[in-house]
Design a protein around this ligand. Structure first.
Ligand SMILES: [Zn+2]
Ligand SMILES: [Zn+2]
Length: 333
């Protein structure tokens, strides 16, 4: 079968490899679509994602496909079922797993990071991380169930109330998902920052935003009860903490470089009684991710910008392609 193998740092190769066999507790997925995200960019460049990827490995942790075989102990899936897969597999034995915080697991394994993922025709996953898809959710869109689930986990960490004014910093794919989520959670208003008027105008219409702010021209007012930072640069992290009113919550969702720091006025943390939180991966969030797509509260179709081939993936990860925005790879017919 055809697979895109990460053979070393900054080196991907299309190879013909053996189709994997299912273990008793596993499901074999004939993958149809795989999303590409910042984690893949990090892994391609030799940086850690949610865990370290050791080549040779097949990336692809955002997947949707059809069940091709099931192991002897599998109970809830059969050949032909349409599925998506939570990539993260927790050990259930370490102190984090045993204290209700499995996302912090010391022995995390992940489909497309530590074990072969979806940038190939067939991959296996334990039954416990496989999820059925409703008929009205397209496989292409379902390939983004994982990033949506990470945003849902971020929402779980916040106290959301109807009176709140919310701001999302950054109009990349994750920023737009958060804007949709905040709307569906029923906050008073959702504003979004970006850097291009035409792009922001489109997003305002698609998502139904209260207001957009082009940060190349306008200063962000210190006006918000909830701020989601979805870029991951020091400048935008500073903007996030400064955009707050008293009692505000800031979610630092954007992934910075491993040695990155940002500065902030620490007196303001005290005076405004700020809460600043991080969010890592996606525990207990996949069912909600799928439900939000089924109801249409989160609609990714208009914000998936490119459907590409396996052959195009390397140019996206090494920056030589001029494709902008979210890419989903079509794997198999
Ligand atoms: Zn991802
Ligand atoms: Zn664990």
């Amino acid at each position: 079968m055809k697979a895109l193998v990460l053979t070393g740092v900054k080196h991907l190769e299309i190879q013909d490899i053996k189709k994997p066999e299912v273990k008793p507790d596993e499901v074999l997925v004939n993958n149809k679509y795989a999303g590409i995200c910042g984690t893949d960019y990090a892994l391609y460049n030799g940086l850690p994602g949610s865990a370290d990827a050791v080549p040779p490995i097949v990336l692809g942790h955002e997947n949707a496909g059809v069940v091709a075989a099931v192991g002897s102990n599998v109970q809830n899936f059969k050949v032909g079922d349409r599925v998506t897969v939570d990539p993260n597999v927790y050990c259930e034995k370490c102190r984090y797993c045993r204290t209700g915080r499995p996302e912090l697991c010391d022995n995390l394994s992940a489909v497309g990071v530590t074990r072969n993922g979806g940038l190939e025709q067939f991959f296996t996953a334990p039954e416990k991380v496989v999820y059925h898809l409703p008929d009205n959710v397209a496989l292409k869109d379902a390939a983004t169930s994982e990033p949506i689930s990470c945003a849902v986990h971020g929402m779980h960490l916040l106290d959301i109330e109807p009176y709140q004014k919310a701001l999302v910093i950054g109009d990349g794919f994750m920023g737009l998902i958060f804007a949709e989520l905040l709307k569906s959670y029923g906050v008073k208003s959702v504003d979004l920052t970006g850097r291009h008027d035409d792009k922001l105008a489109k997003e305002k219409k698609i998502i139904g935003l209260n207001k957009t702010i082009n940060t190349t021209k306008e200063k962000i007012p210190a006006d918000y009860d909830v701020v989601i930072e979805a870029v991951g640069q020091p400048k935008t992290q500073e903007q996030a903490t400064e955009a707050t009113v008293k009692g505000a919550q800031v979610l630092m969702f954007g992934v910075g470089k491993p040695n990155q720091t940002f500065s902030m006025n620490t007196y303001e943390i005290f005076k405004k009684q700020l809460t600043i939180k991080g969010a890592f991966i996606n525990p207990d969030s996949f069912e909600s991710s799928i439900s939000l797509q089924q109801s249409g509260d989160v609609n990714v179709d208009p914000i998936i910008n490119n459907v590409i081939s396996l052959e195009q993936v390397e140019s996206v990860l090494n920056g030589t392609s001029n494709l902008k925005g979210k890419c989903v790879v079509k794997i198999d017919d």
